[in-house]
Design a protein around this ligand. Structure first.
Ligand SMILES: [Zn+2]
Length: 223
């Protein structure tokens, strides 16, 4: 079920793919259990994503309304679910603290990635590394002209064009700029959800689209 898996400092994280549908991970304990077993943690914490800029701490007992979840203790993994929006894993290279982030167009405009990086620094993190997962790419993510302009005003550098020459938004460029502004090292893993059927895509599949995602957890020892 894991498309990409890696370690950084105390953090271990993975991006899933369409072999696993995480859409019901909030309500369905079986979905969470399958994921926690595959990832090797005792529990997975979820959030109710609302395209905002609130950062919460991962707690398997609650599903807070938030768009970023911080993990600060071993055993519990934090999960972000997407189907075109940008999934981001953020990890401190020197401290046991990490986060998963849900950054779509609205969340990017609300600076959710920046808010999460600042929150990790408040947890004592020094150097931070971010991994950007598969999302709707600017060649595919067509939006109305006025929307492209509005997003560009709020997040400069995001105005782009689709492969058909129509206006689009470059979500990856936007969140990368926001993170680099805070001295976060960024690795873009690539992959377009609209073009690549290995991932779930709301644009390509409509309301029936499933969700893939990213999980992050802390291990007892740094790698
Ligand atoms: Zn694309």
């Amino acid at each position: 079920v894991f498309w990409f898996r890696a370690r950084c400092g105390f953090a271990e994280f993975a991006f899933t793919d369409a072999r696993c549908d995480l859409r019901d991970a909030g309500e369905n304990a079986t979905t969470r259990r399958r994921l926690s077993e595959a990832f090797g943690v005792s529990q997975v914490a979820v959030m109710r994503q609302v395209h905002g800029a609130d950062v919460a701490t991962a707690d398997p007992a609650v599903a807070p309304e938030a768009d970023a979840l911080i993990v600060d203790r071993p055993g519990v993994a934090a999960l972000v679910r997407v189907a075109d929006c940008v999934p981001i894993v953020l990890a401190a290279t020197d401290r046991p603290v990490a986060a998963v982030i849900h950054a779509g167009r609205k969340g990017m405009m609300a600076r959710i990635a920046s808010a999460t990086a600042l929150e990790l620094r408040a947890h004592g993190a020094g150097p931070l590394h971010a991994w950007i997962g598969p999302h709707a790419c600017p060649r595919c993510y067509e939006v109305p002209e006025e929307m492209a302009e509005e997003v560009e005003r709020v997040v400069p550098g995001t105005r782009s064009v689709t492969s058909r020459g129509t206006p689009s938004v470059d979500l990856g460029a936007g969140v990368t700029a926001q993170l680099r502004e805070l001295d976060v090292e960024v690795t873009d893993l690539g992959g377009c959800t609209i073009e690549d059927e290995r991932f779930h895509s709301h644009r390509r599949q409509g309301p029936a689209a499933g969700r893939f995602g990213a999980v992050a957890a802390l291990r007892e020892q740094a790698s």
